[in-house]
Each structure stands twice: as C-alpha cells, then as structure tokens.
Design a protein around this ligand. Sequence first.
Ligand code: AHG
Ligand code: MN
Ligand code: MN
Length: 350
Amino acid sequence: MLNQTIDHDKINTIERHFLDEQQSHPEATGILTSLLYDIALAGKVIASQTSRGGLAEILGKTGTTNIQGEEVMKLDELADRMIYRLNDHTGRLAVMASEEQEDILPISTRYPIGKYVLLYDPLDGSSNINYNVSIGTIFAIYNRISENGPGTLEDCLQKGRNLVAASYLVYGASTMLVYTAGMGVHGFTLDPIVGEFLLTHPNIRVPEKPKYYSVNQGYEKYWSEGIRRFTKYLQGDEPDAYGNYRKGISLRYIGSMVADFHRNLLGGGVFYYPADTKDPRYTSGKLRLCYEGAPLAFITEQAGGTSSNGSQNLLDLQPDSLHQRTPMFIGNRDLVETAEEFIRIYDNQE
Ligand code: AHG
Ligand code: MN
Ligand code: MN
C-alpha cells in the first residue's frame, strides 16, 4: 500500500515546500531555507554531470583536456568542488567539511561568515560510477557552536543529535532529493525538462513490514558470530533471543549506500556495514560517521526507523575526528534492535 498520497491539484516545488515549512517556524530567518535551496541546486548540477556519465570518455579522459579545452575531472572531484563553490560565498556557512578532503574547508576571508556548518559526501557509491549504477550525495547541516570568527573543527565534530537538517540525493533512473529539517522526511523528484524538484514523497515513513536486508555478503567470512547469526535470522534460519524465527526477507545490495538506504526507506528493511574482524583497516567498519552515518541516521529516525553502531544509536556518538569510521545498522527499528541483541549475546561475551 502506498503510504503517500499526492494531491494532483497542488504542484509543490521544493522552493514552495521549504517556504511553507519555514512559515511554521515564526522565529526562522530564512537562512536555512536558502541553504537547503543551495543544496538542491548543487544536486541538480551534479545530476547533470552524472547523467552524462560515460560521455567524459568521449569528450576527454580524466586528467586530460576535453574538446572545450577544460580539464576533465573525476566525477567525485567535480562534485566535491561544485558543492564547495556553490556554498563558499553565500554568507550562510561558517565552515564546511567534505569526505574527499582531509581537513575542514574554511570560508575565504573575502566572504561573509554565516552560522551554519555543512558536511558532505559529494559522491557516495563512487565504485559504481563507471557502471551506470545509482550513486548519490549526502549533506549534514549543523549550527555552529563556536561564538564567532571562522568556523572550527569542533563545529564540524558534533553529535548527530545536533543536526539541524540532513539530506541526500540519489542519481538513479530519476534524480531524487530527500531531506529532513526535523519535521518529517520529504522526497522530491527532479523534472529534468523543467529543472525543478517536485514533491512526490511527502512524509515518508519506514513501512512497518520490512522487505529487504542489505549487506555485502561477500565479506561474510570476516564477520563476527553475532553478525553471521543475525543474517541467518533475517533469512529465516536462526531464532532470535526469544526462540522466534521470522519469515526470511530478500537480499538487495547495490554497493551505493544512498541507493541501498533509499530503497529500504521506501520499502522497509535494514542496511548494515558491520565491523570487519580480520582487516585492521575496517575494524570499525568502512562507513564514515560524520558524512554518511549521522545524516542518514537523522533521516531514518525522522521516518520512524533507527540506527546503531551495534550498541549505541549513531546519533549519540561523539565524533573524535572528521573521517572516523563506524559500524552501521540502519532501518526498521525492530531489525536494528535485533541486530544489537545478536551482537550483545554472541559478540560481547567475556
Ligand atoms: P564512497 O563512495 O563515498 O567512498 O562510499 C562507498 C561506500 C558506500 O556507498 C557503500 O555502501 C560501500 O562503500 C560499499 O562498500 P563495499 O564495496 O565494501 O560493499
Ligand atoms: Mn560514501
Ligand atoms: Mn564519497
């Protein structure tokens, strides 16, 4: 059953939607609305590049010059630079940080300093770029905590609980933008001819009955006992702590977290990227707390789901460094809680 109904008499553009939401906050200055709109614009620009995909091969290879005499950049570098350039001069941000850059990205002294902080994963699922498979972008917006002057590393290292807004774009068969500013989760589809995002998925809620589990099962041999058993449980082959079996659900794994997350948000399910017990690089999992974990955790919670690192809600984790990794379980509440239970029982024994 569809959990959204579209009022066909009312065409809601993203701008109109942001403004409507702003009006329910009388104290709002409109800066956040403008920032969200900047993000939507960045998404449109990136979408226009991703949809040209393999044409870069014809127009010029990465690192070379194309027929217009411009340097051809890798899509993730291009997205990274585009987001920065669209946001550095607006006066809305104090500082930015990108998954593609080691350090925080200060705002040039040429431009005014604002009160928000923007963290982003410019292209998520970059291993899929060359295969014409869905990829995405993730944004996290915080209030600055430093008093004044340029934004600081501390401004960027905030718990997900402090998030003011979070958003992702998925560049799939169509381009969609999904966001929350703490008043539910709303999804927009880009009309590529008109160039506008139109509201197609108001008030997204995670369906109660999950359909999918999403994990890279190729790494099963590196998993802990708890994760292996949890996966068997999802397949219907292992009882939970109370001796109950569930009906098995389907496996779907794209390898672009945004796309996997988006499907499970609409269809119901759980996405997980657990810690690796063998590879020392991934003992904390692969995904990054600040750029991937926290913003998607906020969106999930706003849609009625939840997230965990295996024992704690991702939104409650205090990041120590910008690129810190975390094991991640996200989606339907009961499935995430069951994952925690398996980990508690099988992995945390003395
Ligand atoms: P990114 O492209 O931003 O580096 O993120 C890639 C992530 C995520 O999108 C995806 O879920 C995961 O890597 C896939 O990793 P595996 O290939 O190890 O499954
Ligand atoms: Mn990513
Ligand atoms: Mn990335």
